[in-house]
Design a binder for this molecule. Structure first.
Ligand code: 3PG
Length: 218
């Protein structure tokens, strides 16, 4: 049964409550998926977003769901209702999209899976609110206007919480997390593509620990 807007919001907030830093992962080789997820979990990260951007993404997400139960696996780059169904079938616990089309919002509203639609304008945000989503991804956060945009949106939309991604990294994540309307930040910096390619799991665990340290300052 579809959730009410407040049930949906509470469900999404509770899923992400211990996870203010969400690595955004694009996997080229599905064999990397499980060691990578274990490296992140060893560094204290639980929620991870696997993007549907590569042929390996589906196998990667399914393998992590099966073999790394400590991870809260989200599927990202969900562009349409078909991708949403794929993500659900893969066992995703949450869904992320770079945008918020009417079709996708309607499909997500009919599902009980936490869904973070992507916005960068007031009108996109209003469409999300009308569909029952008040926790959204701000994307691409830095190119779209950075903290100034986030703070400007806080005025007319005081009840909205954001999960910014795009241009966030070790140098600015703490600043974003310090904003009262930011629930979590995401980005590729926690598990950089170069480290994944090299299979440098120790570096990824260290990076995850570092990202965790950012949370402690919250
Ligand atoms: C995303 O998919 O959310 C972003 O592409 C991640 O952006 P970043 O690579 O700048 O962290």
């Amino acid at each position: 049964m579809p959730l009410s807007a407040s049930e949906r919001s509470a469900h999404t907030a509770s899923l992400l409550s211990g996870c203010p830093v969400v690595p955004v992962i694009t996997i080229e080789r599905s064999a990397d998926a499980v060691p990578l997820a274990r490296a992140l979990v060893a560094g204290g990260i639980r929620a991870i977003e696997i993007t549907l951007r590569t042929p390996a993404a589906r196998d990667a997400a399914a393998a992590i769901v099966k073999d790394v139960p400590e991870a809260i696996v989200g599927v990202g780059t969900v562009l349409n209702p078909g991708d949403l169904a794929t993500a659900r079938d893969l066992g995703a616990r949450f869904i992320v999209s770079p945008g918020a089309t009417p079709d996708l919002l309607a499909a997500a509203a009919a599902s009980d899976l936490p869904f973070l639609p992507g916005v960068q304008t007031a009108s996109e945000l209003m469409a999300c609110l009308a569909a029952g989503f008040d926790i959204v991804k701000l994307f691409p956060a830095v190119p779209a206007g950075g903290l100034a945009l986030l703070r400007a949106l806080a005025g007319p939309f005081p009840g909205v919480r954001f999960c910014p991604t795009g241009g966030i990294g070790e140098g600015n994540a703490a600043e974003w997390l310090a904003e009262p309307n930011v629930l979590a930040v995401g980005g590729s910096w926690v598990a950089p593509p170069g480290a994944i390619r090299k299979g440098d799991w120790a570096a990824i665990t260290a990076s995850a620990q570092h990202a965790q340290a950012l949370m402690l300052g919250r």
